[in-house]
Ligand binder design. Structure first.
Ligand code: HEC
Length: 492
């Protein structure tokens, strides 16, 4: 084919290409400036707007989905426990909930509802019905209603509490004191011996900061409640004089960051804390909170599997991404970044954790298998929050080896993105906050052929027939190949 005959095709390809790309990964604004398209009509949900009141309809939603943070002493800047509190913030409550998966959304849970897997542990997004109810209430003047309809107030313990319940082992860091105002502090804050006299596998870990900031007053910012920004830590067996960890015994744990949820490693995937081990609190980042000198320590709460437990699967990390050689242009919306990784073993993805920096607005994870592409999830991103999405055990993607994991980061460097310090600068990859990255800090398990087949059999048993489809399980309904047929190249 000569160049002249190719020409019309090239023009055609150029014309449809941008449209095709936009269709696949619709461009979304970093932060929503027009709320209208996000609002529902009460009538579509059978809601009689006149009848919606705080006491009867709104308080129960706030109790379930908001007050664990929005109460005096909670992590959020204002309480939403009384009618007066909620009345004052009514419009903002409507707007922040309506944008559901966009930057700034409340509650901070950004999984896009229209695409991919929707079943996650410990997360309860508001339903369309609830959003429409909140909107009807606000549009109708946010009335209180009959106080006797109010549900009894929730009782929150004074203690910070453990979201996963009382741990089996709590380890405590040294106390650190930061002045009210001053430069940040980075560095090693030492070892914490576990005191374990036998190996134990950890089912979940949760880290919390305990400090002397009064909890009976509202801090005006989240940063005002804490001094530990983050902590990267590892564990290993202590050497004889307790001055270090024995080489080859160490492993890294999921990072602690302000607001980050607890880590549940999932059924069959434990992390080991050895006999005579210690945590090494290598890389802390502390900051002054701007209003008072504060002394704080971190507590690491471990829940164990029963003694003698051996994990069924080998643990593995997230799907990939890129934190090194990316090129982020200043003042530009909808910058897309792509990375690809081929799975060398059958894999069950147990958690998705998009990690971007301030320009980040969204991340998608796609599985490419054979000639098919499966969008596993798209989630919004707000650099004020670090969220890990833990798949329900029977909804976690089950991917055959050879699958290509495609991670897509979406960055917005315009002034509309309120998280950016300066929209005029070019940025490359790197660890500083002013540098960029798009990586998945998630978790996965590597499965043997036998384990993979067994997991798929469970999935199939949960489905009615082949017409039911599991987006994360591309081979669930693939024809079974007899064992001796695989040697003839039947199986991938
Ligand atoms: C996990 C903790 C958490 C949960 C759950 C949560 N919030 Fe928030 N909320 C925060 C924090 C922290 C901030 C301040 C930082 C920010 O804006 O992202 C905030 C900010 C807000 C704001 C903006 C306040 C302002 O001054 O503009 C509103 C409104 C709000 N939340 C409403 C809600 C509602 C309504 C719910 C439940 C449907 C909810 N939040 C659930 C922690 C939470």
């Amino acid at each position: 084919m000569n160049a002249r005959r190719l020409f019309p095709y090239a023009i055609f390809a150029l014309l449809i290409m941008p449209a095709a790309l936009t269709a696949q990964y619709p461009v979304r604004d970093g932060s929503v400036t027009n709320i209208e398209p996000y609002l529902f009509a009460a009538a579509d949900f059978g809601i009689d707007a006149e009848g919606v009141t705080f006491a009867k309809d709104i308080a129960p939603i706030l109790q379930r989905s908001c007050q664990n943070c929005h109460r005096v002493g909670g992590g959020a800047p204002m309480a939403l426990t009384t009618y007066q509190d909620a009345r004052r913030y009514a419009t903002r409550i409507r707007d922040r909930t309506a944008i559901r998966d966009r930057m700034g959304a409340m509650p901070p849970y950004y999984v896009e509802p229209g695409i991919g897997i929707q079943r996650f542990k410990n997360d309860h997004p508001l339903s369309d019905q609830e959003l429409a109810t909140i909107q009807a209430w606000v549009d109708n003047g946010a009335p209180e209603g009959d106080p006797s309809d109010m549900p009894p107030p929730l009782d929150f313990p004074d203690d910070v509490g453990w979201t996963l319940g009382e741990p089996d082992l709590v380890l405590r860091s040294v106390d650190m004191t930061m002045p009210a105002v001053g430069p940040d502090r980075w560095g090693d804050i030492g070892f914490v011996p576990t005191g374990l006299t036998g190996d134990r596998y950890v089912e979940s870990v949760e880290v919390r900061e305990v400090n002397d900031i009064p909890t009976d007053r509202e801090a005006t910012t989240v940063g005002g409640r804490y001094i530990f920004h983050h902590m990267t830590y590892s564990s290993g067996v202590l050497n004889e004089d307790g001055s270090g960890l024995v080489q080859g015994t160490t492993q890294g744990w999921p990072i602690h960051e302000v607001g980050r949820n607890a880590d549940i490693f999932g059924d069959g995937v434990g992390m080991l804390l050895q006999e005579n081990s210690a945590l090494s609190l290598r890389a802390s980042h502390l900051h002054a909170n701007g209003w008072r000198e504060t002394t704080a320590h971190l507590e690491f709460g471990f829940k164990f599997f029963q003694e003698g437990y051996e994990p069924k699967y080998r643990r593995s990390g997230g799907s990939g991404g890129n934190g090194i050689d990316i090129d982020v242009r200043p003042n530009q919306a909808a910058q897309e970044f792509h990375s690809y990784r081929v799975l060398t073993e059958h894999t069950k993805i147990t958690a998705f954790e998009p990690h971007l920096h301030a320009p980040g607005v969204r991340m998608c994870l796609e599985a490419i298998w054979g000639i098919n592409r499966f969008m596993l999830n798209c989630v919004g991103y707000d650099h004020n929050w670090v969220k890990q999405y833990l798949y329900e055990d029977d909804a976690a993607p089950l991917l055959p080896k050879g699958t290509i994991l495609h991670t897509i980061g979406f960055l917005d460097t315009r002034p509309e993105n309120p998280n950016l310090a300066d929209t005029r600068n070019w940025a490359g990859g790197g660890r500083r906050s002013v540098s960029s990255m798009f990586i998945d800090l998630g978790q996965s398990a590597r499965l043997t052929e036998e384990q993979f087949q067994a997991e798929m059999a469970v999935r199939r048993a949960n489905m009615k027939d082949k017409n039911e489809y599991d987006i994360g399980c591309p081979l669930c309904w693939a024809p079974q190949i007899e064992e001796n047929a695989t040697t003839q190249g039947g199986a991938p």
